[in-house]
Write a protein that binds this ligand. Structure first.
Ligand code: HEC
Ligand code: HEC
Length: 408
């Protein structure tokens, strides 16, 4: 920490407080009031002298500070196992897990593009674009609510199967995934060391080479055999989550500012922070990830968003109520009972950490920052785009360690 977070100012305000108690000075007589709950003296000084924010808004800003620890990985007892992270890394970059040429997870979540694909919506088969923008995985391991734009996953490990079995993303099936893990020794060995013995998949009559729900090869299998395969793919997801927890970004200039280092942010960025609060962005972009991790309807008229997401989530055997959720690892999110009217066309508030690295914006990649400001800010005024843009620069976190953020 920096010299300016001076112990003398802390001392003098403590002195003022004790003098106030003695009735020697009064808080209302022009002396500085003490910091509100949850706000350090250093930040309180900055809130008043630099940002001109009231106590409540200063508390909102204090809650932006990035915690060091990651949230508990719900339902994944392997999330912090380094061997699982290494296995997950190998799978993440392996094009052998897709039936679409040259596609691995990294195709749409490229480390050199902040783990996005830089496109408005992902398109790995020419002429067959998806409907959604690929989010940056630099923040996923730090989120603790429902995942994806529509919240159709209630844990990070249960999410990758959607991409793997999506015909316009990776185009594979869960039976192919399980066979590949069993057939490739560099997967088989670490898998069994971490998760225990694989089922014996050699009998083709019981375990066809290809198949997923909805396909006759899968529907014809016995319930216990389907369960055994589901367990393998759930574990693949758990290894991928362990990997994604290694590639999160670290603290940014904003965090250094919140620790009391005024010069960590440029004057424009500091004005942008104040405008961000004053114009009401913190109605939804709150907390350390600058998101309420909740869902809001806006301009979208076609994509059902959260409403469809809830239906998919409730139907998934990989949700927190299913048999693959490790009950001893974190508490499950409460499953919704079903979509309500307010869930129609609603999307998750995205984290704004690293936001300058992840354009174009919003669920369908159709928005620029200027358009978002115009749509969201009732108090928009000249210069906001520049200063809020500068504030966003201060949200770029330390890059994850290179030994993780790259192909093995
Ligand atoms: C064809 C491009 C593509 C591929 C390949 C792909 N993804 Fe994605 N990914 C996306 C898109 C698009 C979304 C947003 C989808 C949505 O929310 O509906 C997404 C969302 C995610 C999310 C949610 C992040 C969050 O914060 O909610 C995670 C995690 C993720 N992908 C991980 C993976 C992993 C792991 C793989 C490999 C198994 C993978 N993706 C393969 C395009 C892709
Ligand atoms: C009512 C809640 C709410 C408020 C208030 C709000 N936002 Fe958002 N913001 C969202 C949601 C929800 C999305 C995603 C919308 C979508 O994808 O359709 C979003 C998306 C964004 C994005 C795109 C990020 C990305 O990665 O795609 C930016 C940038 C953004 N908001 C900035 C702001 C700013 C600046 C303000 C204040 C002027 C603001 N927002 C106010 C809820 C809100």
């Amino acid at each position: 920490m920096i010299a300016r977070g001076s112990s003398s100012s802390r001392l003098s305000s403590a002195l003022v407080r004790s003098l106030a108690v003695l009735g020697v000075v009064s808080h209302t007589s022009g002396c500085a009031p003490p910091p509100p709950d949850g706000v350090s003296q250093e930040l309180w000084d900055l809130c008043r002298d630099d940002l001109h924010l009231n106590a409540r808004d200063c508390q909102t800003v204090a809650r932006f500070r990035l915690p060091e620890a990651l949230p508990v990985a719900r339902g994944n007892r392997y999330a912090d196992d380094e061997r699982a992270a290494r296995l997950g890394r190998a799978i993440f970059y392996d094009e052998g897990f897709a039936n679409v040429p040259d596609v691995s997870c990294a195709r749409c979540h490229a480390p050199e593009r902040a783990f996005t694909d830089g496109m408005a919506v992902s398109e790995v088969i020419a002429g067959m674009p998806g409907a959604r923008n690929s989010p940056s995985l630099l923040v996923s391991g730090r989120l603790s609510g429902f995942f994806l734009w529509d919240g159709r996953a209630d844990s990070l490990w249960s999410q990758p199967l959607g991409a793997l079995e999506n015909p316009i993303e990776m185009g594979t099936t869960r039976l192919e995934i399980a066979h590949r893990v069993a057939d490739v020794p560099t997967y088989r060995e670490p898998y069994e060391a971490i998760f225990g013995a694989l089922p014996s998949l050699e009998d083709e009559a019981r375990f066809p080479p290809v198949g997923m729900p909805g396909q006759p090869s899968w529907e014809g299998m016995s319930e216990p055999d389907r369960d055994a395969v589901n367990r393998v793919v759930a574990n693949v997801g758990k290894a991928l989550e362990a990997y994604m927890r290694r590639i999160v970004s670290g603290p940014s200039a904003l965090d250094r500012y919140l620790d009391g280092d005024r010069d960590a942010m440029s004057p424009d960025a500091r004005r942008g922070l104040a405008r961000f609060v004053e114009t009401g962005c913190t109605g939804c972009h709150v907390g350390p990830m600058l998101t309420d991790q909740s869902f809001h309807a806006g301009r979208e008229m076609h994509d059902r968003g959260r409403a469809q997401g809830i239906e998919t989530l409730l139907a998934s055997p990989f949700n927190a109520a299913g048999p693959y959720f490790d009950a001893d690892a974190g508490e499950a999110l409460e499953l919704p009972l079903g979509p309500e009217a307010s869930d129609e066309h609603a999307f998750r508030t995205p984290s704004l950490r690293n936001v300058t690295l992840t354009a174009p914006y919003e669920h369908d990649g159709s928005r620029t920052l200027a358009q978002i400001l115009e749509a969201r800010s009732l108090l928009y005024r000249e210069g906001d785009e520049r200063v809020i843009g500068a504030f966003f620069e201060a949200l770029v976190g330390e890059a994850p360690p290179a030994e993780w953020a790259s192909a093995p």
